[in-house]
Design a binder for this molecule. Sequence first.
Ligand code: FES
Ligand code: FES
Length: 150
Amino acid sequence: MITLQLNGEQHTYDGDPSVPLLWVLRDEFGLTGTKFGCGEGLCGACTVHLAGAAVRSCQIAAGDAAGKPIVTIEGLDPHGDHIVQRAWRETNAPQCGYCHAGQIMQAAALLAAHPKPTEAEVFATMAGNICRCGCYQRIAEAIHLAATGA
Ligand code: FES
Ligand code: FES
């Protein structure tokens, strides 16, 4: 049995600790905001925060996340009002929306570490988050808005 710190609460998980965190989040704890895209660490749809860093939850065994704070899109802000979420709404960033929990979690981790990122930093950080709908321009605008309040 392992203990997972999910969105500020302690939970126990007595399943296979080698199962990817993504599936434990979704299937065991109902945190379905975190999406499955590729399962190979290549798309970013499954991005969550682990000990404050953006990670691909499809690539982390649940056991390796034990005891560390995990934040999913559901826990980013109790009212869905994180500065990045507000900027996303303001810019109507999503199209189908599938990739956006991962995009938002990646952007939130970036701004937590670098509140005023350069365009190059934004591009480099977000390059691993794929959007099949091609919303990249609005995503960049949303991050700029969140970073500058402009
Ligand atoms: S589902 Fe994890 S990176 Fe694509
Ligand atoms: S909005 Fe559809 S995949 Fe990004």
